[in-house]
Design a protein around this ligand. Structure first.
Ligand SMILES: Cc1ncc(COP(=O)(O)O)c(C=O)c1O
Length: 436
């Protein structure tokens, strides 16, 4: 995917500025995006992007399968399909979801262009401007971008190393309701969260569902990483515990191939019709060819074995990152220890501003994502997300070593000159999708 460089600050040059709908004001590129051009230079170790590592995919057999598919079913594969999605694929997705305890019906599912589109559709059918969405703090950048584009306001709910804190959820609900605001749903990534790398404790799951059900608030469970537990472990999906109040979003982006852009939403039965209509108006249907490719892959390949191999790759990379952090990070830094997924969340000492530090890190040939991008309200200046999914273990070790050096210099600078030295670029930042 190619991205245009950030153009923030050039609005005054845009002759169409007065024409945009109000909702377009929420759509601006992240300031960090400009740095991605630099970060993608080969000499820079990027711990910033969230790209899955596809090297282990069986490309030869996949290309043969795609050729056969077009030869045998080309007139269907290259044709429009239904907004609901290819029926055989929806059946297979039920088997995938069963691994996390979900018993879904294919009729209650809509196949989408990645789970990102599912997020867009859910927000589209539920949120009016000014409605509140509750989300973990920090939360997935692409979701924050979607909520902003529908002019929904995000209220963050605190997490700890066991995930979302039920008490904080109760308080957030009470405070927003006291303020007369309408809360539409809780958006959560309960398992191997992006960006924090934490998982909602099994003992908290029913409580979170009960709190939302009692408040009349839907739960949107976004679960692209759930099958990437490093020891093959899975957690019961929220949807497996509540069929009526949870909209579940799934994806093949992290367990198969992100470029195919195949995801899905499993809705409560009553919501399903609106989702199909929204999908129709957004895209008519998800690409038939890609749906058939995924469907065939699930029929003919050892997809569970493939997921195991992904788990192993990511476990090695997580191990490399954790041991490098242990070895190199200056005192006062703390970080999460994920048991699945792609990300570690690093907290730096008081006074260090990760966004202001980013250009200095890139100069030292290492990139990360500053924490402010994962909050809708400007928090996160002492945090950063480090991803271990894409670089090799050796590059990860080298990247963390470089980052630790930058942080040590920053801490020295602070001790000498005080916090103003590193705050030149601080402030809230608008999120953008997590594809760089
Ligand atoms: C939490 C989360 N949700 C959704 C997505 C979007 O995934 P997809 O490729 O299925 O659109 C991502 C991608 O990084 C993600 O991390």
């Amino acid at each position: 995917m190619t991205h245009e460089p950030a153009r923030r600050g050039s609005h005054s040059l845009d002759p169409h500025l007065h024409r945009y709908a109000a909702r377009a004001t929420g759509m601006t590129a992240s300031e960090v995006r400009a740095l991605f051009a630099v970060a993608s230079r080969p000499e820079v170790v990027s711990l910033a992007g969230g790209m899955p590592n596809l090297a282990a995919l069986p490309l030869d057999s996949l290309s043969a399968e795609v050729g056969e598919l077009i030869a045998a079913e080309g007139l269907t594969a290259l044709q429009y399909g239904s907004a609901h999605g290819v029926p055989a694929l929806r059946e297979h997705i039920c088997d995938v979801m069963a691994l996390e305890g979900i018993t879904g019906h294919p009729d209650d599912m809509v196949v989408t262009v990645g789970s990102q589109m599912a997020l867009d559709l859910v927000t589209r059918i539920f949120c009016d401007p000014g409605d509140v969405v509750l989300a973990e703090g920090p939360s997935y950048v692409g979701a924050l971008g979607t909520f902003a584009s529908y002019q929904a306001d995000v209220v963050h709910v605190a997490m700890d190393d066991q995930g979302l804190q039920p008490e904080a959820l109760r308080e957030a609900l009470a405070a927003t309701q006291r303020a007369g605001r309408r809360v539409k749903f809780l958006y959560t990534v309960p398992t191997f969260q992006n960006p924090a790398g934490v998982t909602l404790a099994v003992s908290r799951r029913a409580e979170v569902l009960d709190i939302c059900a009692a408040a009349g608030v839907l739960v949107v469970e976004d679960n692209p990483y759930g099958l990437l537990g490093f020891d093959g472990q899975t957690y019961p999906a929220l949807r497996s515990m509540d069929h009526e109040n949870v909209i579940y979003l799934g994806s093949f982006s992290k367990t198969f191939a992100s470029g195919l852009r195949v995801g899905w939403a499993l809705a409560p039965h009553a919501v399903r019709e609106k989702l199909v209509l929204a999908a129709e108006s957004a895209a008519l249907c998800a690409p038939t060819l890609n749906q058939l490719i995924v469907s065939r892959y699930l029929e003919t390949h050892d997809w569970k074995g493939q997921i195991k191999s992904f788990q192993q790759t990511y476990r090695e990379r997580r191990d490399a990152m954790l041991s490098a952090l242990e070895q190199h990070m200056p005192a006062g830094c703390t970080w999460t220890r994920p048991d699945g997924g792609f990300f570690v969340w690093l907290t730096v000492p008081e006074g260090v501003d990760t966004k202001a530090m980013q250009p200095r890190a890139v100069t030292q040939r290492v990139a990360y994502v500053p924490g402010t991008g994962f909050y809708a309200d400007g928090f996160g200046s002492r945090q950063m997300r480090l991803s271990f999914c894409y670089p090799t273990p050796e590059r990860i070790t080298e990247g963390v070593r470089r980052l630790a050096g930058v942080l040590a210099d920053e801490i020295d600078l602070l001790a000498t000159f005080g916090p103003t030295a590193s705050r030149l670029m601080s402030g809230p930042q608008t999120p953008s999708p997590d594809t760089e």
